[in-house]
Design a binder for this molecule. Structure first.
Ligand SMILES: [Cu+2]
Length: 61
């Protein structure tokens, strides 16, 4: 997305902003009405950086 937005910005066009929401598609329980998550779209490098910063369960205990 960065490449596309760099091109759009160079053209003087507004950058795209993606905001996806994941919704549960089954009536799975009492909290189903509020089962949603924000999906973040990143590059592989950004994901690997985020992953390296996460703690393991053992580190959290
Ligand atoms: Cu659900």
């Amino acid at each position: 997305m960065k490449r596309i937005n760099d091109i759009r910005t160079a053209k003087g066009e507004e950058a795209y902003a993606y905001d996806y929401i994941l919704l549960c598609n089954k009536v799975c329980g009492s909290a189903h009405y509020n089962m949603q998550m924000n999906i973040v779209v990143e590059t592989e490098a950004e994901y690997q950086k985020w992953l390296a910063e996460q703690k393991t369960i053992a580190e959290l205990l």
